[in-house]
Ligand binder design. Structure first.
Ligand SMILES: [Cu+2]
Length: 608
């Protein structure tokens, strides 16, 4: 445990649910786009209010008429290759699992009465196959690009070294492959992988290039949470279709693509048969620009209470009871919903209207339906009151750094006036490795909704002023890597810039904004006196030896793959799996009077 400073955050106190209720609109409601763009925060919905038909536009897509008629698709778990690279050392043996994933085109039936939709996805499916990784078992995943355009794969929510983090410019072209080396060393968490290619991330995610990456650990497995068929991933998206069934990508003058068709696991408005018992749901907003305000409702219009057990970076210390979840792009929440008292009833997942800066369409207030059966096959799978023991962290004494997300000259989305193409200035900040920093994220000119994602770190949401003026209980209860910055809001987050040095992105996760410049970098610099040998530093996300290679069948024999993994291991990006040792060395460095020259527990990046 490396968070040693006890501190109870003020924002952990409970807000009554009522403070979120019936949050009003700003300005008149004449239904115009201009009016909608001024809407801030959330309309706390019930199934029968919070809905102003004047503000609902007509269908852009062909009208979809099959609500809750098709089942929720369940995404298959990705299998590793049978051969495993084993490392045997003095007193230890570890192994690195190896996976191969092919990016390729495919078609999927979305409208029953239209041609199948052309898409591109990991292993030719969307969502892509779910990775289930075990803590402390590293993995190498070979992504082979047989698709129509460049890719760069980002595992969102894991501290990958920079060359394996899916930097926007680190591209794998069609006909190439790249080996990504993942540490899998963090606590159990529901994370995801998606394309992160410069200027086309939105389109690529939209065509289907996203999927789950679940990391599990023994502590989580001992909790007895609902598992197997009762542990369900739900990626929610919103898209627009043409009359020939193909996807339409219109970014509305670079402001956003809100979508009039709501999909869960790539099926419009599905249903799922459930038993009257608890289920674990892992929610992900995989949409390009649409934010959601989700509630579970009976046919009689009652809202269900459920337990929120985790967020972006894993389980909370204790569950947080709620009736709603606000979900911006890239955010994840894990819920346990108990259907025990709803035998033979429908429970419908609904979305609010007037949420964030969304444009509403006829059916964007609906998401999916759970059809509760009459009997359960047994098993409890309830929610323990103690899920995890994660200590809190003290904010640093120094002033916060400020980052303003807004629309600059020429209407370009920027951060502090800097955009992705501004190569000279786009490294906006250099947090010292191992230190805590508080960042003030502000929504500036141009309004809009900016879900802010910081790569490398887990952060805690400390405060929100303006707009909703509150941090929801479930936002502050755990650690996150995306925070929703709605119009008029300023949000403070704290993170420890560790364990690695290197260049990492931070950006808006409205993918239209991201593709139109709202991406900059943080550089965690090399600590000068920390005993590096300088042979492999992993600072540069485009470091040549880790880049994509042209496809060559000689590279795909078992021997070649084992040699490649052995070489990756020898470059030692992850301190041979001893990441606790990296943290204690960082602590010692910070405390040592000689600036850490004594280097007590070894340097994390040196080679043998
Ligand atoms: Cu944005």
């Amino acid at each position: 445990m490396h968070f040693l400073l006890p501190f109870k955050l003020a924002c952990l106190s409970s807000f009554p649910v009522s403070v979120f209720a019936q949050r009003g609109r700003v300005g008149s409601s004449d239904g115009s786009r201009a009016d909608q763009s001024r809407v801030i925060g959330l309309t706390r919905p019930s199934p029968t209010n919070g809905r102003n038909p004047l503000e609902t536009q007509g269908w852009i897509s062909p009208e979809y008429k099959w609500f809750y008629e098709y089942p929720l698709p369940r995404t298959p778990v990705k299998s590793k290759k049978q051969y495993v690279y084993r490392i045997v050392g003095v007193g230890y043996m570890s192994q690195i699992d190896y996976y191969e994933v092919e990016i390729k085109s495919f078609t999927q039936q979305i409208y029953p009465d239209l041609p199948a939709t052309p898409m591109v996805g990991f292993d030719g499916m969307s969502p892509g196959p779910t990775f289930v990784m075990q803590q402390n078992r590293e993995a190498v995943v070979r992504f082979i690009n047989n698709g129509p355009s460049n890719i760069s794969v980002h595992v969102h929510g894991q501290y990958n070294r920079a060359p394996f983090d899916g930097w926007a410019g680190d591209m794998t072209s069609p006909g190439q492959y790249k080996d990504y080396y993942y540490p899998n060393a963090q606590n159990a968490r529901t994370i995801w992988y998606h394309d992160h290619t410069e200027f086309t991330t939105g389109e690529h995610a939209y065509w289907g290039e996203e999927g789950y990456y679940i990391l599990t650990d023994p502590e989580e497995q001992a909790l007895g949470l609902p598992s197997g068929p009762y542990d369900v991933t739900l990626v929610i998206a919103a898209k627009v279709y043409n009359s020939d069934g193909s996807l339409q990508y219109d970014n509305n003058h670079e402001s956003g693509l809100w979508g009039d068709v709501i999909l869960v696991n790539e099926q419009p408005w599905p249903y799922m048969n459930v038993e009257p018992r608890p289920y674990r749901f892992r929610l992900l907003n995989g949409a390009v620009s649409r934010t959601f305000d989700l509630t579970l409702n009976t046919d009689a219009g009652e809202m269900l209470h459920f337990d929120v057990i985790g967020s972006d970076c894993g389980l909370f210390n204790s569950p947080v009871n709620s009736t709603f979840i606000a979900l911006s792009m890239g955010e994840r929440y894990e819920l346990v919903v108990d259907f025990s008292n709803f035998q033979n009833q429908n429970i419908t997942l609904l979305n609010g209207r007037g949420v964030g800066d969304n444009v509403d369409y006829p059916a964007t207030n609906k998401v999916m339906r759970f059809v509760v059966g009459g009997s359960s096959s047994g098993g409890s799978g309830g929610v323990p009151q103690t899920l995890r023991n994660h200590e809190e962290v003290a904010p640093p004494a120094s002033n916060a750094k400020d980052f303003t997300f807004g629309r600059g000259r020429g209407g370009v989305w920027e951060i502090n006036g800097v955009g992705f193409r501004d190569v000279e200035n786009r490294i906006l900040t250099k947090p010292e490795r191992g230190t805590y920093e508080t960042w003030q994220l502000r929504n500036g000119a141009g309004g809009g909704t900016h879900p802010v994602h910081i790569h490398l770190v887990d952060f805690k949401v400390l405060s929100r002023t303006g707009g909703r003026n509150e941090v929801a209980d479930y936002e502050s209860a755990g650690w996150k890597d995306v925070v929703w910055l709605a119009a008029g809001e300023s949000v403070q987050v704290i993170a420890r810039y560790a364990p690695w040095d290197g260049i990492y992105m931070f950006h808006c996760h409205n993918l239209v904004h991201e593709d139109h410049e709202q991406v900059v970098f943080l550089l965690v610099p090399n600590l000068e006196k920390w005993g590096y040998t300088n042979d492999t530093l992993f600072l540069d996300p485009n470091q040549r030896e880790f880049q994509a290679r042209n496809f060559n069948s000689d590279d795909f024999t078992e021997e070649a793959i084992n040699n490649k993994i052995a070489w990756l291991y020898s470059t030692n990006p992850y301190n041979k799996g001893n990441i606790a040792g990296v943290y204690s060395a960082l602590d010692a460095y910070a405390q040592a009077p000689d600036g850490g020259q004594s280097n007590p527990t070894g340097s994390p990046s040196s080679s043998d």
